[in-house]
Design a protein around this ligand. Structure first.
Ligand SMILES: [Zn+2]
Length: 507
């Protein structure tokens, strides 16, 4: 990508921001070393990395204000010891010093609840750096370019940065990835994929300019989506590729934001299955992805997973009001049971699957399910403001705040899966998205700005900040609210949709 024009902060890759010639061969290995180094916790803490140190840290008194629920192992445990329970114990011993506020790998200050402050400036710097050049070792990420743009822009937006100033750079980077046959590839010359198309469209929405919106070839996108639509209602992620719940969600996001026609293109093979519409059979397909546990899997008959749960519930919330679509296509009591079991104590964070470990990115994938489910349970909105009666918070906002702020912040900037892991742009984006979700109430209203009725309820969401007694973060650590379906700011989603509503579509 070309270098960001204008001001940017940089401490990690001192020469990455220079507007002079590209890196020399001699510089590149040095840069790679720097990038690799920042991916490790490079401030070795002899106390906490030695077994004696771990013992000392775990035995130290918790920071004042931290309840016992978040500082002690669960009082009841299954006596059966397995590889899984050993891993869980090891994770707990890594997390406890951070939850207690006794690790010297943490930065302060700590508030009265014993929670460390958000290292906002460090994370901003990390994300700006994540949008710069990468060394050769990152070649495996070459098929994820739109994702890297999305993660960087979304994280920066959550942290309060104005990303519209890089709109020209984003357009220049994304334009070559669009294929004349529709959709965006993960890199230049690569075949179109629904995941990379999703990330590209959301990145264009976040920079929010008309020239960014005009970049998308909607006619070709519509034709391509018609080729991805399957006879069982779902979508393949690319032509000849796998069909899964990601495809369903990414396609629905693209169709609704770009205001594409719902009619299947005349040449779509899904017409042979009796479908006329891009969304025909989609709810039924997602229903078949709910597993015996109550969670939602990537495709029918396999293991339930937090990220697929979000994709399915968000897709259903696009197809119609969640009190109709989620209630119709999901077994709600079973889903609530599985989803509730994803939040662990004392860690406070979420796991993605049964018997798996807590991981920061599920702060979004699982945490993002809750506003959608809460809306489904609250029922049809009665006004343009927040509902007067609501099922309220169905997860522990405090627990998630604690896990994110205590365990997921890398001391050198960026956010991570758990203590001991490196930070990366993906986790930085989705951990921050989860933190934003704990900090806001998301609810639907009875009005939508859309003139076109298709998916209009998806644009009826609003948010309000939580009150001080619901969370344990400092006021200054509040993030931007994100749309619970589109995972970009509410205004960005609305602006894109309304821009395309005003643009004629020639089929
Ligand atoms: Zn993760």
């Amino acid at each position: 990508m070309p270098t960001v024009a204008g001001k940017r902060r940089n401490v990690r890759f001192p020469f990455a921001h220079l507007k002079t010639a590209p890196l020399t061969t001699a510089q590149k290995p040095q840069k790679q070393t720097q990038k690799q180094n920042q991916n490790q916790e490079k401030r070795p803490d002899t106390r906490s990395t030695s077994s004696q140190g771990r013992k000392m840290a775990s035995q130290a008194a918790p920071h004042p204000g931290t309840p016992a629920l978040f500082t002690q192992p669960p009082p009841i445990r299954d006596p059966l010891v397995t590889e899984t329970t050993d891993l869980q114990d090891a994770t707990l011993s890594k997390c406890l010093p951070f939850l207690k506020g006794t690790s010297d790998l943490q930065k302060g200050p700590f508030n009265a609840s014993g929670v460390p402050a958000l290292q906002r400036d460090d994370h901003v710097e990390y994300l700006y750096d994540s949008l710069e050049d990468y060394p050769a070792g990152f070649v495996a990420m070459d098929s994820s370019r739109p994702w890297m743009i999305y993660w960087g822009l979304a994280g920066l937006t959550l942290l309060g940065e104005d990303v519209s100033r890089v709109h020209q750079r984003v357009i220049a980077s994304i334009r070559p990835m669009q294929n004349p046959t529709g959709g965006f590839g993960g890199g230049h010359g690569q075949i179109s994929h629904l995941a990379s198309s999703y990330a590209a469209v959301l990145s264009l929405a976040m920079v929010g300019s008309s020239d960014a919106f005009a970049l998308v070839d909607r006619q070709a996108m519509w034709q391509w989506l018609g080729r991805l639509k399957q006879a069982d209602g779902g979508f393949r992620v690319c032509e000849g590729g796998e069909e899964d719940v990601r495809g369903a969600y990414c396609a629905s996001v693209i169709i609704s934001l770009l205001n594409l026609p719902l009619d299947l293109p005349p040449t779509s093979e899904a017409r042979l299955a009796g479908f006329d519409n891009l969304t025909d059979g989609l709810g039924e397909y997602l229903s078949r992805c709910q597993s015996f546990e109550g969670g939602i899997s990537g495709s029918p008959g396999v293991e339930a997973h937090g990220a697929y749960a979000f994709c399915a519930l968000a897709c259903l919330s696009i197809l119609g009001p969640p009190e109709n679509t989620i209630a119709k296509h999901m077994n709600l009591p079973l889903l609530l049971s599985w989803l509730s079991a994803r939040q662990y104590a004392p860690e406070g964070g979420f796991s993605g699957r049964t018997n798996k470990l807590v991981d920061g990115c599920y702060s979004h994938w699982v945490g993002g399910c809750w506003p959608l489910l809460q809306s489904a349970l609250d029922g049809k909105p009665q006004s343009a403001s927040a509902p007067s009666t609501t099922v309220g918070s169905l997860f522990s906002r405090e627990g998630l705040d604690r896990y994110i702020l205590a365990c997921c912040q890398h001391p050198q900037g960026g956010l991570r899966d758990k203590p001991g892991k490196h930070a990366d742009a993906y986790h930085t984006c989705y951990v921050l998205t989860g933190l934003s979700a704990t900090q806001h109430h998301h609810y639907r209203t009875d009005s939508s700005p859309c003139a076109n009725k298709n998916f209009s309820s998806a644009f009826s969401w609003r948010s309000k900040p939580t009150s001080a007694d619901e969370n344990v973060f400092e006021k200054s650590d509040r993030l931007t609210a994100f749309h619970p379906i589109y995972v970009i700011p509410h205004q960005a989603a609305e602006k894109m949709r309304l821009w395309y509503e005003a643009e004629p579509f020639a089929t």
